[in-house]
Write a protein that binds this ligand. Structure first.
Ligand SMILES: Nc1ncnc2c1ncn2[C@@H]1O[C@H](COP(=O)(O)OP(=O)(O)OP(=O)(O)O)[C@@H](O)[C@H]1O
Length: 235
């Protein structure tokens, strides 16, 4: 399984200086392969979230294509794209994403139940255990800390068992101990064959990566440090 972006870019229409549009992501290509964890780094505003949303099937590129194996994501009808996203692409979004009227456990089971799936109770139990939130199973999201909510969101994505996992700052609200717990879980998912992309500012995250991609002002950059430019970029 692989997720492949071919020369995707994204323009936002808004006034910036002389131009009346702003190119948040300039044409970039990358391939995320099953079994690998890729880390995407870059300053605030460099285009990381915009790129992640295009890879996730959530934001149409201005140009270029995104393929999940042979499927051209943005050529699909809306209903089919939603189904593919739900079954194959797991997103851990930035910020809060809990359904406030459901317990932690129900939130974690929810994506698997959409489209008539069976509750993945064993997977939910084991990811709650791995992410150290088993004791919060019947708690409502309003009672959780930012870090606990984040770990719940990660457990929810991992429980749905998608082929691709796209995580936007998954360790943003976490202390060191929980950062390690979350990165271990994502690493474990990659080891089990998932294609994992982690957006992060944090240097510690690179130690877990098979590949590191750096973004600056909407483009990928090579930086000459020990983390080489991945061979999958700009193929
Ligand atoms: N809907 C939008 N309309 C106009 N401009 C946008 C929109 N979304 C993002 N941008 C701009 O595109 C640029 C890239 O934003 P993006 O969120 O992708 O960056 P980022 O690298 O993820 O930043 P951060 O690390 O702060 O989350 C920013 O300059 C942002 O202001």
């Amino acid at each position: 399984m692989e997720l492949r972006a071919e020369n995707i870019s994204r323009r936002y229409f808004r006034k910036r200086g002389e131009a009346n549009f702003f190119e948040a992501v300039k044409p970039v290509s990358l391939t995320l392969r099953g079994g690998k964890m890729t880390v995407l780094k870059g300053r605030s505003g460099s285009g990381k979230t915009t790129l992640l949303h295009m890879l996730a099937g959530l934001l149409n590129p201005s140009e270029g294509k995104v393929f999940l194996d042979d499927t051209d994501l943005y050529a699909l009808e809306d209903a089919e794209l939603s189904r593919v996203r739900n079954e194959k692409i797991g997103v851990v979004p930035q910020g809060r994403s809990a359904v406030d009227t459901l317990t932690v456990y129900e939130n974690i089971l929810l994506p698997g139940l959409l489209y008539g799936g069976k509750p993945r109770t064993d997977a939910a139990e084991s990811w709650m255990e791995a992410l150290d939130i088993s004791s919060l199973r019947d708690v409502m999201p309003a009672e959780l800390s930012g870090g606990e909510l984040r770990r719940m969101a990660i457990a929810r994505t991992l429980t749905a068992d998608p082929d691709v996992i796209l995580a936007d700052e998954p360790t943003g609200d976490l202390d060191n101990e929980n950062t390690v717990i979350v990165l271990d879980a994502l690493r474990q998912a990659a080891k089990a064959g998932k294609a994992v992309l982690v957006v992060s500012h944090e240097d510690d995250v690179e130690a877990y990566a098979d590949e590191v991609i750096r973004m600056d002002a909407g483009s990928f950059i090579a930086d000459g440090s020990k983390t080489q430019q991945p061979s999958s970029v700009n193929e």
